[in-house]
Design a protein around this ligand. Sequence first.
Ligand SMILES: Cc1cc2nc3c(=O)[nH]c(=O)nc-3n(C[C@H](O)[C@H](O)[C@H](O)COP(=O)(O)O)c2cc1C
Length: 198
Amino acid sequence: MSKLNIAIVISTTRATRFGHKPAQWIHDIAAQRDDIALEIVDLRDFPMPFFDEVASNAWAPSQNAIAQRWQKKVAEFDGYIFVTAEYNHSMPAVLKNALDYAYPEWNKKPAAFVGYGSVGAARAMEQLRLIAVELQMAPTRTGVHIQGADFMAVWKGGKEITELSYLRQNATDMLDQLVWWANALKAARERPAIPAAA
Ligand SMILES: Cc1cc2nc3c(=O)[nH]c(=O)nc-3n(C[C@H](O)[C@H](O)[C@H](O)COP(=O)(O)O)c2cc1C
């Protein structure tokens, strides 16, 4: 069976961001599996304006060249791990904007989440799960939350995320669920469509 293509999306872009560190951490764990091929996708490389098209690309092709490049990139994958911060109890606006800039490319694929912040971005992740459903994605039950004093220790205290060994089981469970859904949905996407009954 060919490997599943999985994106690890870094969802913050500011100059002093922390987001690339948990992205690298989950990448290094996921890279130990032999059933997935991974790519870290950095939203810094897709600096789209705030949504400025006549419609979602579910309805009308996007005109913006970076948006077109983003949609092509999103289409390459069988599933996604969004590494997200929490900004004012929600997801970073740059991530919501990037989600809005694609539609069919997300459809019928799974989404998993690694969050960091005072509550491990739990509030942002719950909102992301709702959005994922509207994008016709299957969000995994398990997410990874780097939270509280442990987040502060890795954010400002010089501790490594690898030292938070209890996160490892969550990461494994989340990846197992992501791969299960990615395999199931890939098979379903590739199955010939059943003609609608007359
Ligand atoms: C605009 C803004 C709002 C924030 N709101 C929250 C919040 O609601 N909950 C939280 O846990 N952390 C919050 N934080 C702190 C972030 O957890 C922390 O800055 C984190 O490093 C942000 O991710 P980033 O460095 O990848 O941008 C906020 C940070 C910013 C810049």
